[in-house]
Design a protein around this ligand. Sequence first.
Ligand SMILES: *[C@@H]1O[C@H](CO)[C@@H](O)[C@H](O)[C@H]1NC(C)=O
Ligand SMILES: *[C@@H]1O[C@H](CO)[C@@H](O)[C@H](O)[C@H]1NC(C)=O
Ligand SMILES: *[C@@H]1O[C@H](CO)[C@@H](O)[C@H](O)[C@H]1NC(C)=O
Ligand SMILES: [Zn+2]
Length: 463
Amino acid sequence: MKSLALLSLCGLFAICTAQRSPFEPLWPDGPGKKVTPQEPSRELEKILSNIDPDRIRHTITKLVSFGTRHTLSSQTDPNRGTGAARDWIASEMQTYADASHGRMKISTPSYIQEPDGDRVLFPVRISDVVATLEGSVEPNRVYVVSGHYDNRVSDPLNFMDDAPGADDDASGVAVSMELARVMASHKPDATIMFVAVAGEEQGLYGSQHLADLMKNTSTDVQGMFDNDIVGSPVGDDGHSDPFIIRMFSSGIPPTATFDEVTRIADLGGENDSPSRELSRFMAEVAQNHATKMRVQSIWRPDRFLRSGDHIPFLENGFPALRFTEPNENFAHQHQDIRVEDGKQFGDLIEFVDFEYVSRVAKVNGAGLWSLANAPGVPRGATILADTLGNNSTFTWTDDPNAHSYEIVWRPTDQAFWTHAIPVGKVTSATVMLSKDNVNFGIRAVGKNGLKSPAAFPVPSSSE
Ligand SMILES: *[C@@H]1O[C@H](CO)[C@@H](O)[C@H](O)[C@H]1NC(C)=O
Ligand SMILES: *[C@@H]1O[C@H](CO)[C@@H](O)[C@H](O)[C@H]1NC(C)=O
Ligand SMILES: *[C@@H]1O[C@H](CO)[C@@H](O)[C@H](O)[C@H]1NC(C)=O
Ligand SMILES: [Zn+2]
C-alpha cells in the first residue's frame, strides 16, 4: 500500500528524480544544444493555409467519376477509364501551372508495357503525369511527391466494373495535385515534382518508369514521398486517429551490396539509412501548429504483404518514404462494391475525410517545402577511425549553398537526434564525444536557418 502511494507520488509530482527509469538513456547530456523542431517559415505557413479541403473533395470526386481507372481500361473514351483520368489530371495541373510564370511544366512520361504473364494481359501504355516546379537555385536537386491514379476491384484483372478508388489512391493523387496548386506561384530553391503515377496495382509500373528515368538522367533525387491510402483516419471498428499519419521508412537500403551491409552492421548504422535520416527530418518539420498532425515513424519499408511506389525509388538508390492512414479498413480497399450481411464493401468516396486528406497534404507540404529550401544533404561525410580516443573527427565536402554546418548526435538507442553542435562554415570538425557511444550525423544549415537532413558519416583514416 505504502509503496503504491509512493509510486503514484513519483508519477504525479516527479519528486523521485534519483530513481530513474531503467529505460531512460544513460547519456542524456553532452556537447551541443538540444535539438528542437524546425518551425515553419511565414511563407510555408501561408502555403499550407491555402490547402483547401473543398478542392481535395473536387479532385477525388472527379477521379471517381471516371468509373474505373484500371490500367487495362479504355485510353480513348473521353469519359470513362484510365485515359480520361490521365488527360483530366494533366489539364487540371496545367491550370495550376499558369500561376507559375513558366516555372511549372507538365509532362506525361510514358512507355508501352508488354504482357507480363501476370496482371498485364495485352500491350498497354503506362503514362505518368508530372508537374515539375523548377528550383531557382539548384534545379537538379529534386524532391518527388506521388500518388497513383490507377485502381482496381477484387479481381486485379477486372477492368470493366466500377472501381471508385477514392481512398486507394485518389486521396494520394489529390495530395500531389493540391500541393502543385498551392506551390505553383512560389519559388523553391530546389525542384519539386508533383506526380500522379499509373500502373501501381498491376506491378508498380509507372513509378518504376519514373524512377528509372531519374536514374538514367542522373537526377539528384534527395527525397520521394509516396502517398497511398491517405483518405481516412477511421478503422473498421470505428476507431479514429484524425491527427496521425503513418510514415514508413526503410532501414538498410535495398541497393546495399554485401560489403556495404557488412560495413553498416559493423558501424551500428542500420538505423541511419538516407531514408531514416529523411524520416527524422520529417519529424522535425511536419509536426506543428501549421499541420496539426503527428507523424508516426514506422521503421520498415512498408506494411506486411504490401508494396508501393516508393519501392522503385529505393531500388534506384533514392531515399523514399511511404505515407498511409493510421487505421486501414480492408473492406474499403480493392473490393467489388457490394453489401454483405449489412456491411458495405468498396472504396467509396463516402468513406473519405477531406479535412484529413488536407492535413496529410500539409505534412507533405511542410516536408517538401522545408527540404527544397534547406541546403542538400552534405556529401562525402566521413568519421576519422584510425585511432582510439574520446574525440570524434569528421570531414565533408563544402556545399556553396550551405551557410554553415552542424554535427548532430544521439545515444545509439534513441530514435531522433538529441543534440546539435554548430561548427560554422568549415569542412572538418572535432567533437569531444566518443564515437563509440553515440551515432553522429552532419547537416548543412542554410542562410534562412533551415537544416538539411543529416548525412551519416562513413569511416575514413587520416592518411
Ligand atoms: C534506363 O537505362 C537502361 C539502361 O540503359 C535502359 O535499359 C532503360 O530502358 C532506361 N529506362 C528509362 C525509363 O529510361
Ligand atoms: C577517455 O575518457 C575516459 C572517460 O572519461 C577516461 O577514463 C579516459 O582516460 C579517456 N582516454 C583518453 C585517451 O583521454
Ligand atoms: C581531445 O579531447 C581532449 C579532452 O578529452 C582535448 O583536451 C583535446 O584537445 C582534444 N583533441 C582535439 C584534437 O580536439
Ligand atoms: Zn494503392
